[in-house]
Design a protein around this ligand. Structure first.
Ligand code: HEC
Ligand code: HEC
Ligand code: HEC
Ligand code: HEC
Ligand code: HEC
Ligand code: HEC
Ligand code: HEC
Length: 376
């Protein structure tokens, strides 16, 4: 079984662990065992669940669908043919800096392609996939035959940034020098790194050669909830289907941190030195900051991403006042359970304790290490 068949593992354990705790049927076990058990349970009178696609979920969960549709998760992966943002490159000439030179772009039958003005003998290079919704940025990725045993892709050197409404160097590409004729198009990512690009930006898909097999683009319902065929069948047969995946009641802190942290990064994904020094790079990795906040450490499992975020909703469509209400749900003045702020007990919480910080090229992230800050 390939590693992507495992991806539902992230969502399933919470359900099963939750079910176990609810029904006192089984002890809490490791994720792998729990997911095996889920598969086994589903196998009662059924085959292994498969992906049905978000349009099917929409039939019965129109509200979650509508929220999700307008969130970044619904738009993390597309071909350049499908993407509106890819059209911004068309007929442009963009300077990638020496020694790359100027790239020229146009659309062909298979999507966007580019040529280098400095080297008119070299053919056009196809630009296949668009990663990111463009709220912050998009980066273009092309799978290539690297003539090695492993899969590989080129992360194109020029990205588009919604954060400042213009093109710019792909983050991490400054100072790079192409070592061969492939690297003139961008940075070559190989093996696990290119699989992970696809893993974090899609519901399911595996890079095989220069193709992605079983591709379901974007971070859709079934990325977080697991393949839904069993649930749909049960829900069509009965208006109170057996529990499936994460629902409010069975949902617990540890499963949620594993689910969101699988992509948004957990401390285990970070170099220990950077972790110790909490470099500004880490602002992008919200779970890392959150896990060192007093709010998390002192709340005994009651403080998680969904304390403040509806996982289906674009985080920017919730007002700052509503986020501050989340803070006040715990930090009420004159409460015995929690301390209140001596500086501003009723508002301004986010600005002072979770400020927005610019990371790179105008991309802004909120520091999720909630604390009393010495610096503003
Ligand atoms: C499969 C990987 C993956 C998982 C799992 C995941 N995310 Fe994301 N998330 C992303 C990607 C990729 C983006 C960037 C979307 C874009 O380009 O705008 C994102 C963006 C976001 C954003 C900012 C954009 C928006 O629409 O508000 C929030 C907030 C967010 N995720 C919260 C969560 C939470 C909470 C969870 C867990 C319940 C979670 N994510 C699980 C990959 C993931
Ligand atoms: C471990 C999971 C993971 C991997 C691997 C990953 N991404 Fe992402 N990506 C995310 C998440 C989560 C976000 C949203 C938060 C953020 O912006 O960092 C994101 C955001 C982005 C964005 C939008 C800009 C931004 O920073 O918000 C682009 C573009 C992008 N990724 C491209 C890529 C490319 C290209 C690769 C492979 C070379 C890749 N990603 C690998 C999880 C991942
Ligand atoms: C980024 C991960 C993520 C994605 C994508 C996602 N969900 Fe959820 N969903 C969750 C989590 C976590 C919970 C439990 C916590 C909560 O409800 O806030 C949940 C709860 C639910 C619930 C039960 C509670 C409620 O809101 O009624 C339903 C139904 C649901 N999701 C349906 C969907 C559908 C349909 C989609 C796709 C349109 C979807 N989800 C996409 C993470 C996700
Ligand atoms: C035929 C109708 C139907 C379809 C299609 C459907 N659901 Fe449900 N779903 C239900 C019903 C009914 C419930 C239980 C009552 C409730 O919570 O609303 C439910 C509950 C849920 C829950 C809450 C957790 C739980 O165990 O109760 C989640 C999460 C969920 N559905 C996700 C999905 C996803 C993801 C899809 C698409 C793969 C989907 N549903 C497709 C009818 C449906
Ligand atoms: C689920 C409850 C909960 C929520 C929600 C919550 N906190 Fe906390 N927070 C705590 C607990 C518990 C502590 C430890 C002190 C105490 O018992 O009040 C704490 C401590 C703090 C501290 C002191 C940190 C230190 O280093 O001394 C600050 C500042 C803080 N919270 C700010 C916030 C802000 C701002 C928000 C909203 C963005 C928020 N909290 C949301 C539970 C919560
Ligand atoms: C105490 C409340 C709170 C909790 C808990 C929380 N967030 Fe946030 N988050 C916020 C606020 C406030 C914003 C800024 C929203 C805006 O743009 O106005 C935000 C923004 C984000 C964004 C958009 C990029 C950014 O940093 O501005 C992502 C992604 C995100 N959160 C992920 C997560 C994940 C994953 C978790 C759980 C590990 C989490 N958050 C837990 C309050 C919270
Ligand atoms: C103008 C900036 C500012 C605003 C606005 C603000 N805080 Fe604070 N907060 C501080 C500072 C500074 C401290 C440290 C005060 C001290 O050490 O005497 C603090 C302390 C705290 C503490 C720790 C109190 C203790 O006795 O340990 C909590 C909890 C807290 N704030 C929560 C909040 C919440 C919740 C909000 C919104 C309702 C908020 N803060 C708004 C700056 C602010």
């Amino acid at each position: 079984m390939n590693r992507f068949a495992n991806h539902a593992r992230v969502a399933v354990p919470g359900v099963v662990a939750g079910l176990c705790m609810l029904m006192m049927l089984c002890p809490f076990e490791t994720f792998d065992r729990a997911s095996d058990r889920a598969m086994a349970q589903d196998a009662v009178g059924a085959t292994e669940p498969t992906y049905v696609g978000k349009q099917v979920c929409r039939e019965c969960h129109p509200e979650n669908f509508e929220l999700h549709r307008h969130s970044g998760h619904a738009d993390t992966f597309a071909t350049t043919l499908e993407s509106e943002i890819a059209k911004k490159y068309a007929e442009k000439a963009l300077d990638a800096g020496e020694p790359y030179g100027v790239f020229q772009y146009r659309f062909g039958q298979d999507g966007l392609q580019t040529r280098r003005m400095a080297d008119s003998n070299q053919g056009a290079f196809p630009l296949q996939y668009v990663l990111g919704s463009g709220r912050n940025a998009v980066t273009l990725l092309t799978l290539i035959d690297d003539k090695g045993a492993d899969v590989a892709g080129v992360e194109h050197r020029i990205s588009w940034f919604g954060s400042h409404g213009d093109f710019g160097l792909t983050p991490g590409h400054a100072g790079m020098v192409p070592g061969n004729t492939t690297e003139v198009w961008g940075n070559v990512v190989r093996g696990k790194s290119v699989q992970q690009c696809v893993y974090c930006h899609t519901t399911t898909g595996t890079v095989v050669g220069t193709e992605i097999v079983n591709l379901v683009a974007d971070v859709n319902c079934e990325k977080c909830h697991g393949p839904g065929s069993g649930h749909v069948r049960q829900a069509r047969a009965s208006s109170s289907p057996p529990p499936y995946s994460v629902g409010r009641e069975q949902w617990d802190l540890e499963s949620e941190l594993q689910l969101c942290g699988d992509c948004h990064r957990l401390p285990r994904h970070i170099d220990p030195l950077a972790l110790r020094e909490y470099t500004s790079e880490l602002l992008r990795f919200q779970p890392v900051g959150l896990l060192r906040s007093e709010c998390y450490l002192e709340s005994e499992g009651n403080f998680m991403c969904s304390t403040c975020h509806n996982p289906h909703q674009d985080s920017k469509t919730k007002s700052t006042a509503d986020y501050e209400q989340d803070c006040r749900n715990c930090h009420q003045p004159n409460s015995d359970d929690h301390v209140a702020c001596s500086v501003s007990p009723t508002d301004g919480c986010i600005e002072c304790h979770m400020p927005a910080k610019t990371f790179e090229q105008g991309m802004v992230f909120h520091d999720h290490w909630i604390r009393i800050r010495k610096e503003p």
